[in-house]
Design a binder for this molecule. Structure first.
Ligand SMILES: [Fe+2]
Length: 162
């Protein structure tokens, strides 16, 4: 190097590649959509057809009698209001949570809660005999939100088989 060379980083000229759609979206624009059990509502922010996963804001009323459910993929998120948990494993506002794939459990939330959650695979709800009461996947979430007029921002992703 003779001292006149530009710094290595200075040689790299990269074009800015702007995404086709805005990166930002304000979920306050969306109505809450009733979820699969009474007292729970969601706003669908994104979904993944390949995994069946989805990203939501979830609002849970206080003291619901929630069913046991299993996770086919992990779930991670942040508690935004209230608190919830599983026995003594609990978190309040600002807590990050990670629920492992293949977990089966029954949450409770005496205060009610609002959380941001990234659900990496379908959720299976169980009946009292341990059977499958329902499967919540990306398609169901989209269909519920769309029926409530709360999925226009995701219509470009919704080419599900019909
Ligand atoms: Fe869970």
């Amino acid at each position: 190097m003779d001292g006149n060379d530009e710094p290595i980083l200075g040689h790299t000229k990269l074009d800015i590649l702007k995404q086709a759609r805005p990166a930002f979206f304000n979920p306050a624009m969306l109505p809450w959509t009733p979820w699969v059990m009474e007292g729970t509502n969601f706003k669908l922010l994104n979904f993944d057809k390949k995994t069946g996963g989805f990203t939501i804001l979830l609002k849970v009323d206080p003291d619901l009698d929630t069913p046991v459910h299993s996770h086919l993929g992990a779930v991670e998120g942040i508690v935004l209001e209230g608190e919830f948990g599983y026995d003594d494993d609990r978190g309040g506002v600002g807590s990050y949570f990670y629920e492992e794939a293949a977990t089966r459990h029954q949450p409770d939330s005496p205060t009610g809660t609002i959380m941001f959650a990234v659900v990496h695979g379908p959720i299976v709800g169980h009946d009292e005999d341990g059977g499958v009461a329902g499967v919540v996947d990306a398609r169901l979430m989209y269909e519920l939100a769309a029926a409530n007029g709360a999925a226009d921002h995701l219509a470009h992703l919704a080419d599900f088989p019909s």
